[in-house]
Ligand binder design. Structure first.
Ligand code: FE2
Length: 512
C-alpha cells in the first residue's frame, strides 16, 4: 500500500504542496502504471488516451490517497519517441480513481501514433492507435477490426486477445461483459479476488484484476477500442433499475452507479460519458471516412424489464405463450434512445452502416414443431422494438446495414427481417454474433435446435471461444470466425472456424 505519508515524502501530497510539485514527484515505490494504457474512440484528428495511476496489486487500498495528480504524456510518430508530435500535461482525477481520459486532437487522419505517460520516475508502457480516416476518404484499402464480448475471468484465459495482435487491427469493438460480477460454480481456470462486487471499491478491485491480465493489456495497447457494456458490468440480467433479485430500486441504482463509474474509470472512453447523476450516457457513433459508420447503443440502461420473468425474481427465461412479449409499448433502447438512433442512423454517407450492440437480434425460436420458445433477454423478448428498429433502418435508405452482437457465448450469422412470420419476407440486414472471449458457451444441443428451427439463422456454433475478425472494404465486408483450441490455456492456438462475406448492396451473409 502507498500510505499518505509516503505520498507526502514523494511530493505527491498535493494539498500541502504547490501545484508545480505535483507534476514532479521524486519517485514511486512501485510502478503506478501497472494497469496499462489504452486508446479509444478514434476520430480523424485524435482519440481518447487512458491510463490510471493505481497502488500495486495486493495493496491494502485500491486507490491512491492523494488529490488530483498531474502527469506528462507524449505522442510520437514512432515507437522510439524520436518524432514527438504532441506532449503536455494530463490530469489523473482523484474522483475517478486517478484515471486519465485525455482527448487528443490536431493529429493527422489515418496515421499510427505511439503514446506513453510519465509520472516522476515512472513511465508507462507504450500504446499505439490509428486515427480514423478523413471524412471524405473512401478507405479503398479497408478497415480491419475485431469484435469481442464476454470475458469471464474464471472460465478461461484471454488467448483471443493474444491472437488479435497479429491481425493488424484498426479497432477492437467490445460489446459487453467486460467484467463479470458473479463467480462460476465448480472448478475454475482462475479465481476472482473478493466477493461479488456491490460498492465502488468492489468494482474497482474487479476491474483492476481484469486489467492486470497481460493479454488484455497488450490488446488495449495495440490499437484503439470502442465499447458498450452489457449486464455483467453491473449484475446478471439487470435492466434499467430492476435487479435480478428485485432489490429495492434506490439501492440498486446506487450499485449500478458504482459499477458504471468503475467502467468509466477503466476504459478509454470520452470524458463526455462520465456519470451525470445516477446515469451514464454511452451510446454514440464513430465514423471511418465514407467507408464505415458505427452506431453503438446501450441496450441495458433504458430497457423495459424482460417479459414474463420467473416467479419471484427479475431477469431472463425461456418463455412460451407470454402475451406481454409482443406489447408494442415495450422498448429495448428506451424511447429517447430509439429517437436518437433513428436520427443517428440517417447521418453520414458511409457505404457500410454498422450497429454495435449487446444482444442477439435475429429471431431464435428454440421450440421444435409448432410451439414457440424465446430467450427473453435477447431482442426476442422485445419483437415490437426490434421491428421498429429494423423498419427505421430500412426507411433510412442507408446502405449495407450490419448488426454486430454479443452476449450469447456462441457464433451466429443471421438474416435480419422485419417480419419473421413470413419465411419469404426479405432480408433487410445482416447480423454477426461473436462468441465469448472466455465465458462458458451455451449448450450445443440448444444451438442445434435453434439452427434446425430458424432458417434465417445461416450459421451457428456453440463451444469454441474466440472473436470475430472483420475486414470492411468498399465492395465487401468479410468476417472470420476465430476460434481458440483451448480457452483454458493462455497460449492456445486459434483457427478460423468459418468465413462469411456480405457483398455491397446485398443483405445476407454468404459463406466464403
Ligand atoms: Fe456474457
Amino acid at each position: 500500500m502507498i500510505s499518505r505519508r509516503a505520498l507526502l515524502r514523494l511530493g505527491l501530497g498535493a494539498a500541502l504542496l504547490p501545484r508545480g510539485l505535483r507534476a514532479a514527484p521524486r519517485g514511486w515505490p512501485s510502478n503506478p502504471f501497472h494497469l496499462g494504457v489504452a486508446a479509444g474512440y478514434p476520430r480523424p484528428d485524435g482519440a481518447v488516451l487512458w491510463t490510471r495511476l493505481a497502488p500495486s496489486a495486493g495493496a491494502d487500498s485500491d486507490v491512491l490517497d492523494s488529490p488530483d495528480l498531474t502527469l506528462r504524456f507524449e505522442v510520437a510518430e514512432d515507437a522510439g519517441f524520436q518524432r514527438i508530435v504532441r506532449q503536455g500535461e494530463a490530469t489523473a482525477e482523484a474522483a475517478f480513481a486517478h484515471s486519465v481520459h485525455l482527448e487528443l486532437d490536431g493529429l493527422a487522419p489515418r496515421r499510427w501514433y505511439h503514446y506513453r505517460f510519465h509520472s516522476a520516475d515512472a513511465t508507462s508502457a507504450v500504446g499505439r492507435f490509428r486515427t480514423a480516416p478523413a471524412a471524405d476518404d473512401v478507405v479503398a484499402d479497408g478497415l480491419r477490426f475485431a469484435v469481442a464480448a464476454c470475458q469471464h475471468w474464471e472460465t478461461g484465459h484471454y488467448a483471443a486477445y493474444r491472437h488479435m495482435l497479429a491481425d493488424e487491427l484498426d479497432l477492437v469493438l467490445h460489446l459487453g461483459d467486460y467484467i463479470y460480477e458473479n463467480d462460476t460454480p465448480g472448478p475454475a481456470v482462475r479465481r476472482h479476488v473478493g466477493a461479488e462486487p456491490v460498492t465502488l471499491a468492489d468494482y474497482r478491485r474487479r476491474y483492476a484484476q481484469y486489467r492486470g491480465d497481460p493479454d488484455l493489456q497488450a490488446a488495449h495497447a495495440a490499437c484503439a477500442w470502442a465499447a458498450v457494456w452489457d449486464d455483467h458490468e453491473v449484475q446478471n440480467d439487470y435492466v434499467g433499475d430492476r435487479a435480478l433479485d428485485l432489490a429495492d430500486p434506490v439501492r440498486f441504482r446506487a450499485r449500478r452507479l458504482a459499477a458504471y463509474r468503475a467502467w468509466y474509470e477503466h476504459l478509454p472512453v470520452p470524458a463526455a460519458m462520465r456519470p451525470v447523476g445516477e446515469t451514464m450516457r454511452i451510446h454514440t457513433a464513430l465514423d471511418f471516412g465514407r467507408l464505415a459508420r458505427f452506431v453503438l447503443v446501450d441496450g441495458r440502461q433504458y430497457r423495459d424489464p424482460q417479459p414474463c420473468p420467473p416467479a419471484g425474481r427479475g431477469g431472463s427465461a425461456t418463455i412460451r405463450d407470454c402475451a406481454s412479449r409482443t406489447d408494442p409499448a415495450r422498448s429495448f433502447l428506451g424511447a429517447a434512445q430509439e429517437a436518437w438512433f433513428d436520427a443517428e442512423w440517417r447521418r453520414g454517407d458511409a457505404r457500410w452502416n454498422l450497429l454495435g450492440q449487446q444482444s442477439p437480434m435475429a429471431q431464435a425460436d428454440s421450440a421444435d414443431g409448432s410451439g414457440e420458445a424465446f430467450y427473453s433477454d435477447a431482442w426476442d423478448g422485445y419483437p415490437a422494438a426490434r421491428r421498429r428498429l429494423l423498419e427505421s433502418v430500412v426507411a433510412s435508405g442507408r446502405p449495407n446495414p450490419v448488426v454486430l452482437s454479443g452476449d450469447i457465448h456462441s457464433y451466429w450469422v443471421s438474416d435480419l427481417k422485419t417480419d419473421y412470420v413470413r419465411p419469404a419476407a426479405p432480408t433487410v440486414a445482416t447480423e454477426f454474433v461473436t462468441t465469448a472471449i472466455s465465458s462458458k458457451p451455451i449448450p450445443e444441443a440448444l444451438a442445434a435446435a435453434l439452427l434446425a428451427n430458424n432458417p434465417h439463422l445461416r450459421f451457428g456454433r456453440a463451444g469454441p471461444r474466440g472473436y470475430l475478425r472483420v475486414e470492411c472494404r468498399p465492395e465487401r465486408l468479410a468476417v472470420d470466425l476465430r476460434a481458440l483450441d483451448d480457452v483454458t490455456r493462455a497460449d492456445s492456438a486459434c483457427q478460423t472456424l468459418a468465413s462469411f462475406a456480405v457483398e455491397d448492396g446485398q443483405a445476407g451473409a454468404l459463406r466464403a
